[in-house]
Write a protein that binds this ligand. Structure first.
Ligand code: E4P
Length: 223
């Protein structure tokens, strides 16, 4: 499973990229607003930090302007994935951009039917929002399971399932069990995956016992 980080905060992206475990980045207009910086400048910086896909969302709602915006965003760097909303105009734009070889992330997906349309439009990624479905009393993970099952029936569908609106580790683990290709995680959720209290407790005990031996691995290298 690939891990993207869902943020426009370049400090966070740099720190997480340094782990070697980051495969890409997703942004959206709300995350860019939160970063409080020039959109194009932030995107260029992110594309320099990570080699993998960096999603940048169009803000127009009509096909013609979306296409213009998408082309402008795609010109910024070879690893830009243009993000379009799951609307008729968004999917028309997806089809046009993907036919030209531009990566497209279709966002705001809330049903399996929408995911089928995105695959037919040649999307590189489909982004079902699990957390926002859970928020309204629906089952976000059930949607991931349905989309993975449907896409698996059609080898000509090359669209990757990108689990979005992730709220915690269980969304990641359960989606991975279902075979989702990518999860985009808020930085705190990605950092949280590293942690387990028994790891901390076990490490403290190992180090205490090691200290008692009086030995040092690095000292041995010197001799
Ligand atoms: C995905 O690309 C979106 O940016 C994101 O996952 C939305 O998450 P939210 O529901 O926490 O805003």
């Amino acid at each position: 499973m690939k891990f993207f980080v869902d943020t426009a905060d370049t400090k966070e992206i740099r720190e997480l990229a340094a782990t070697g475990l980051l495969d890409g980045v997703t942004t959206n207009p709300s995350l860019v607003a939160k970063a409080g910086r020039d959109f194009f400048e932030v995107l260029e910086e992110i594309c320099d930090i990570v080699e993998g896909p960096v999603s940048a969302e169009v803000t127009a709602t009509d096909h013609e302007t979306m296409l213009k915006e998408g082309k402008a965003l795609a010109k910024l760097a070879g690893n830009i994935a243009v993000k379009v909303p799951l609307t008729v105009d968004g999917l028309k734009t997806c089809k046009a951009l993907s036919s030209e070889g531009t990566m497209v992330n279709v966002t705001l997906c809330f049903s399996a039917g929408q995911a089928i349309l995105a695959a037919k439009a040649g999307a590189t990624f489909i982004s079902p929002f699990v957390g926002r479905l859970d928020d309204v009393g629906a089952d976000g993970l059930q949607l991931i399971s349905e989309i993975v099952e449907i896409y698996n029936q059609y080898p000509n569908f090359t669209t990757e399932v990108l689990v979005a609106s992730v709220r915690g580790p269980l969304h990641v683990i359960e989606s991975a069990k279902m075979g989702a290709h990518v999860a985009t995680l808020p930085p705190a959720v990605l950092r949280g995956l590293f942690n387990h209290p028994l790891t901390d407790k076990g490490l403290a005990a190992f180090l205490k016992d090691w200290e008692g031996t009086g030995q040092s691995i690095l000292d041995r290298l010197k001799s």
